[in-house]
Design a protein around this ligand. Sequence first.
Ligand code: FRU
Length: 510
Amino acid sequence: MTLKIFITTIGFSIMQLSSSSIMAQSVDVIMKEQYRPQIHFSPKANWTNDPNGMVYNNGVYHLFFQYYPEGTTWGPMHWGHATSRDLIHWAEQPIALYPDSLGYIFSGSAVVDKTNTTGFGKERQVPLVAIFTHHNPIAQKEKRTDYENQSIAYSLDNGSTWKKYAQNPVLKNPGITDFRDPKLMWYEPQKKWVMTLATKDRVTFYSSPDLKNWKKESDFGNDAGAHGGVWECPDLFPLNDNGKNVWVLIVNINPGGPNKGSATQYFLGDFDGKKFTPNSKDVKWIDYGPDEYAGITWSNTGKRKIFLGWMSNWLYANKVPTIKWRNAMTLPRELKLMHVGNELLIASQPVTELSKIQSKPITAENISATNSLNIAEKTGKGQFPCRINIVMNKIKDFSLVLSNELGEVLVIGYEKNKNQYYIDRTKSGKTDFQKDFSNRHVAPRFTNNAKMNISLVIDISSVELFADDGLTTMTEIFFPNKPYNDIYIKSAGSFTIKKLEYISLKSIWP
Ligand code: FRU
């Protein structure tokens, strides 16, 4: 993002008043507006960007998020807060962290300090500790280079209330203008905390015994991966590959994504507690669509790695045509490693908890059609939100077209000669609020299997494509003038679908 300078004089009491009056409004009215996601988290009102501080504790998934409670465009950042017991149904909570004299509360992470390394735990209460970037807009305006520093806060009531540490910041800026978005991890072999921090054109690893005193270990990446923009929001964790750990380093980048603007790249390699050694410096993307950014994973979920991103793009996030609120999160996704030929890749799938809102699949098998197939005719349903699963044995070019009676269309397709997927939203409805929105986006297919499976999760204003067991993922938002109500599969001449499943999804809002 382009960092704008906002100096607010609005008192905290006014901020609290306006967010609590929003809380008091009927959820029924607020959460049913045009474009409001029905199966994705979005705050009831106002602006959000990155997911922050995602941590699981005592049966509760915490999702904090970059939040500006006074408006629908980016402003002085707070940490908003939502909780869930199943990763699907979310309850918005009071704001967790407010800006203070050290600055705005930029992105960061949270952990469960099980052995009370910080000493914040009292009477055997296990502290949750959050680390975030204090971004000082006054220092930035004065053109100082040290306006971003890392600070901590803790909670002794499983995330309901937070106290900032009195000796903040815990990691001071050495003179790097982009010095932010700390992600914490406990490194068991050396019994220490590791912080992965975005430092302009690379990530820097720090270690600490107590989350308060930090030592620089190494940096990585100024000569690896994509560099079309600044590196932001990193994450570091192991994933299992046939019984051995492969380390994943996620690095978000803005701009410089595969389809313009912001996107999430990753590296696979080894980490020894000090240094990350990549298997390859080539660029790989977790999601090729334009609308997944700042994606990172939950901490304290054991071997399971659950990833969630912001469902927008800095190119137009401030201009999307929603009224009371702006922007939402992607579905939570489980990450796994998959071997494809000689390559090792990350595959993403919606978390299995999505089944909580799935109706019984309506299935049709071995369907033959010529030129086009009306999904509603085959399955009896054509409403959103829904999930559509398609298996094909003989692949040729095809597309799945969502449309309305105004002739607005969103096209999700596959081109055989390029072996690539695409999503075309050029005629999807409202597209002229920013010039970069109206585009066709492409993503590689990583296999040449004759058999193809794709799964699409379609909400009121977004689609997430998981192709080939999640090897290719694309997230895309759209804004039709009237809701789409038709879904067709199109292909030139005769074609056969081995299996088609339509699953309706129930709104997560009460
Ligand atoms: C990424 C980002 C972070 C920063 C936050 C500010 O989208 O720019 O680097 O901490 O957003 O809101």
